[in-house]
Design a protein around this ligand. Structure first.
Ligand SMILES: [Fe+2]
Ligand SMILES: [Fe+2]
Length: 268
């Protein structure tokens, strides 16, 4: 694990950076997740390392790199998201503000155990999303703008790389018993519903803006493209997310997708 800082200039990246514009807008909506969840993850990790026994030296080191990776992810996505707002998508801002406030509330009112379980829920979604992006979306990514696609490749490959950190932290702090497993599932389901609800709502607003002034035929074509993307991601994600439910789930056993190592080497 290491920190990599790609230098990507988004100034001329089109909003619809892939041939399927609804696919691009769905990922543009996802891009608001790291902008708000990752500062939260950093705060959760900083609180956790204060109470994690010093004897877990390796995990402490990994948490440090995890924090530094998430800070870079957040920064680059914030730059990309500002580009979206500047190009006419100020409609994102009120939905983002509500989403950001949720994390402030979690930090203020929820237990460390909840916040770590929620963080692990997000991380297990992230490493599944990385495999989906690298393995199941080639036809959607063909002909896309390389700068936007590489932002996602870099981020998701690093999500895959640090996939065990939150999981190991959760296990070290809360053990392997039945309640520990059930509470991990609770964190996962809460994260899925919360993050999935936010991104779906935001994507719908952004796509609705794109649909203003479309003819009936254009609207139908847009609907078909959105469904094609959603069906693909749903199918590709479900088989991986189902594994997270198992009491024997361990992200370390997930196999890196072809192309991840080369991509990370490019930015190392
Ligand atoms: Fe990240
Ligand atoms: Fe992460």
């Amino acid at each position: 694990m290491q920190v990599r800082i790609p230098d990507i200039d988004f100034a001329t990246v089109p909003i619809h950076w892939a041939p399927n514009p609804e696919f691009a807008q769905s990922y543009n909506a996802f891009s608001t997740v790291p902008a708000h969840i990752e500062p939260y993850l950093v705060k959760v990790m900083m609180a956790a390392r204060k109470v994690l026994d010093k004897k877990h030296e390796q995990l402490h080191k990994e948490i440090d790199i995890f924090i530094r990776q998430e800070v870079q992810h957040c920064k680059l996505h914030q730059t990309f998201n500002k580009h979206l707002v500047d190009k006419g998508y100020a409609c994102m801002l009120p939905i983002e503000a509500e989403y950001k406030a949720d994390y402030e509330r979690f930090l203020k009112t929820k237990s460390l155990r909840f916040n770590i379980a929620y963080s692990e829920g997000f991380e297990s979604m992230g490493c599944a999303a990385a495999q989906v992006f690298f393995e199941d979306l080639d036809d959607f990514l063909e002909g896309s703008d390389q700068r936007a696609a590489d932002m996602w490749r870099w981020h998701l490959a690093e999500e895959f790389e640090h996939r065990s950190v939150c999981y190991d932290l959760y296990k070290k702090m809360y053990g392997n018993g039945l309640f520990s497993w059930l509470y991990r599932l609770y964190g996962f389901v809460t994260a899925m519903k919360h993050i999935g609800g936010h991104t779906r709502r935001l994507a719908e607003v952004m796509i609705a803006k794109d649909r203003e002034g479309m003819s009936e035929a254009e609207l139908q074509a847009s609907e078909l493209r959105l469904n094609a993307y959603r069906n693909r991601v749903k199918k590709a994600s479900l088989k991986r997310l189902k594994q997270v439910l198992s009491p024997f789930y361990d992200p370390a056993r997930r196999v890196p997708s072809p192309g991840m190592a080369e991509l990370l080497a490019r930015y190392s």
